[in-house]
Design a protein around this ligand. Structure first.
Ligand code: NAI
Length: 260
């Protein structure tokens, strides 16, 4: 018999689902049986994704969410729970990267990356976790199956990469945030883990791989290849499921060996 992971009956919220990894994550969670809340700023693209998931027999709902806006986060989480039920799985995926040497980075760029990648991920997780904790404390023992928060960090959070200093700093914060959340929220049955992808070809960097410097970097990668969003499918579903019950505060790289 094949080994399968079933997320039926679970509700998953994915931030930044309108492109790249988030677009893929939402589909994978839906394929595993979860009802998925597609959140982001580009509503038309989210509707396109919803149609695609529904076409594959999945269940999806679109909600507008700007992670830099706390009121938007609170409204989106409340709306998501009203429409789909309590959130069991959060994929904190929304993020931005600006390529700049440290001496050239502007304060605005610094603020943008930290506000989106760190503060945004923190406030979304906090809003979702507050509700998970309330469920955990309110139910009779054994009925709360546990929450899962998956923070999408980066190998850049573990190893400084060329012209990505500030981005790397923000992702290092996401990694430590993961550990802090795991330490505080584990007692409520919430597991918080981080995935640190290496270079994956997505909207965020697609143009770069066509440039001369992108091609040079590609040749420096251990296996001279980029990852694909689907390369993260199994890790994501594992972290989202009961099968990883004992895994809390883990920081897992998926970088083809680049960070070694
Ligand atoms: P992407 O640019 O395709 O996706 C990022 C998503 O976040 C976009 O849909 C964007 O609209 C959304 N977003 C940005 N600011 C937002 C905001 N204020 N509110 C709501 N949504 C917002 O890029 P990709 O590659 O899919 O990135 C996803 C995550 O993976 C990011 O956190 C990124 O830092 C991380 N990552 C990506 C790697 C790569 O090589 N592609 C490597 C390591 C980490």
């Amino acid at each position: 018999m094949a080994y399968t992971i079933d997320l039926s009956g679970r509700v998953a919220l994915v931030t930044g689902a309108s492109s790249g990894l988030g677009w893929r994550f939402a589909q994978v969670l839906a394929q595993a049986g979860a009802a998925v809340v597609l959140s982001g700023r580009r509503i038309e693209r989210l509707k396109e994704l919803r149609a695609r998931i529904e076409g594959q027999g999945g269940d999806a709902h679109v909600v507008e969410l700007d992670v830099t806006d706390t009121a938007s986060i609170k409204a989106a989480v409340a709306h998501a729970e009203t429409e789909m039920g309590p959130i069991d799985i959060l994929v904190n995926n929304a993020g931005i990267a600006v390529q700049r040497k440290l001496l050239d980075a502007t304060v605005d760029e610094f603020d943008d990356m930290f506000t989106t990648n760190v503060r945004g991920a923190f406030v979304v997780a906090q809003e979702v976790a507050r509700r998970m904790v309330a469920r955990s404390l309110g139910v009779t023992p054994g009925t709360w199956t546990g929450g899962r928060i998956i923070n999408i960090a980066s190998v850049a959070g573990l190893r400084v990469m060329p012209k990505l200093g500030v981005y790397a700093m923000s992702k290092a914060a996401v990694i430590h945030m993961t550990r802090a959340m795991a330490a505080e929220w584990g007692q409520y049955g919430i597991n918080v883990n981080a995935i640190c992808p290496g270079y994956i070809d997505t909207e965020m960097n697609h143009h770069y791989w066509q440039t001369e410097s992108g091609q040079r970097l590609l040749q420096m990668l251990p296996r001279k290849r980029l990852g694909r969003p689907e390369d993260l499918d199994a890790l994501l579903v594992l972290f989202a499921s009961d099968n990883s019950a004992l895994v809390n505060g883990a920081v897992l790289t998926a970088d083809d060996g680049f960070g070694l």
